[in-house]
Design a protein around this ligand. Structure first.
Ligand SMILES: Cc1cc2nc3c(=O)[nH]c(=O)nc-3n(C[C@H](O)[C@H](O)[C@H](O)COP(=O)(O)O)c2cc1C
Length: 337
């Protein structure tokens, strides 16, 4: 209700300025204790990847790249937060403007390009936050690291974030880092997953705690590619799969202002493609590992559809921009029914 009053003002600003302002406002509200007054949904706890989640609705990666707003975001009622994508070294991302709204389609196009302050800063932020809820940390590679050495970046991030995460997401599906999605292909993925798994085993020994690893994939995959990825996930014993990232397709928004901006499209226009990937994965995985469904959730029913397609948890990003914090509660309550 309140958000519908604020939204026109936010939408009159540049999209990235509005994003920064919203997160800053959230931090202030949290510090003043105002967020405790937000009505919380009565969630149904779930256990996934061996982790206890107070409810199945999470924040998707990319909104809090550096883990700098954990307490404020948690107060919105999420069952878990995923921060990142973080890279080993800080990097500025792509030149602005790099974030665009497509209100008639309830979509967003971004080409942020993994702007982040680096893994060391993220870890310090998490430590300082006092956040005690379920935390996923999403890792990627620096722009100037060639794909042949991508594994080094993922392993460097894994080493750093492992002790601070409940689960770690390996992001190979952003369209905004050149050739990153090539890592989804058979041989490259096989090699990457085997290195990640062996490092995970070493880290589990060193820290005396097993931290699950999830792989995040794109919606722009055909059935054969999804089947190949599912087979590799099972063969390597990956703990979960997150479906999906943003799409490079534009059919759903053709002709709209900003539709020709390069980058990844999210929100309502990616909903069906994401759900198709969830459903196809579920067929191939047969319950061998859990699926986290993300893409175009703008209502409680959308969240329910992802679960019906085979997801065990869901995540939201663009829906928050269009619907505001009330969406979290709506999804939490819908999934508890
Ligand atoms: C501005 C923006 C930045 C994003 N940054 C990341 C990121 O750094 N890492 C990542 O894995 N996904 C990122 N995503 C993708 C989201 O996590 C999510 O997978 C995608 O947007 C689909 O969900 P949605 O329709 O609810 O937004 C980003 C999305 C947006 C809109």
């Amino acid at each position: 209700m309140l958000y519908s009053l604020i939204r026109p003002a936010l939408f009159s600003l540049d999209a990235e300025d509005a994003h920064g302002l919203t997160l800053a406002g959230l931090d202030v509200a949290e510090r003043l204790g105002l967020l405790g007054m937000l009505p919380q949904g009565r969630g149904k706890p779930v256990q996934v990847m061996g982790i206890d989640f107070p409810n199945a609705v999470g924040l998707a990666a990319g909104m809090d790249k550096d883990g700098a707003h954990l307490k404020g975001l948690a107060a919105l009622g999420f069952g878990f937060l995923e921060i990142g994508t973080v890279t080993p070294r800080p990097q500025p991302g792509n030149p602005k403007p790099r974030l665009f709204r497509l209100p008639p389609a309830e979509g967003i196009i971004n080409r942020m390009g993994f702007n982040n302050l680096g893994a060391d800063k993220l870890v310090r932020n998490v430590g300082a936050s006092g956040y005690k809820g379920v935390l996923g940390i999403n890792i990627g590679k620096n722009k100037d690291t060639p794909n042949e050495r991508a594994a080094d970046d993922y392993l460097a991030c894994l080493d750093k974030v492992y002790p601070h995460a409940h689960y770690v997401t390996v992001n190979i599906s952003s369209p905004n880092t050149q050739n990153l999605r090539e890592l989804q292909k058979d041989e490259a993925l096989d090699a990457l997953l085997s290195q990640i798994k062996s490092r995970q085993a070493e880290l589990a020994q060193r820290h005396g705690r097993y931290v699950p690893v999830a792989l995040k994939i794109a919606p722009d995959l055909d059935d054969a590619q999804i089947a190949a990825i599912a087979a590799l996930l099972m063969r390597h014993g990956i703990d979960a799969v997150i479906a999906t990232n943003t799409t490079i397709a534009r059919d759903a928004v053709a002709g709209l202002p900003n539709a020709n901006e390069s980058g990844g499209l999210s929100g309502a226009p990616v909903r069906e493609a994401s759900t198709r990937v969830v459903r196809t994965l579920a067929q191939h995985l047969g319950g061998a590992l859990p699926i986290i469904g993300v893409g175009g959730i703008l209502s409680g029913d959308d969240a329910r559809d992802k679960i019906a397609a085979g997801a065990s948890l869901v995540q939201i990003y663009s829906g928050l921009i269009y619907r505001g914090p009330a969406l979290v509660r709506e999804c939490v309550e819908r999934l508890a029914q």
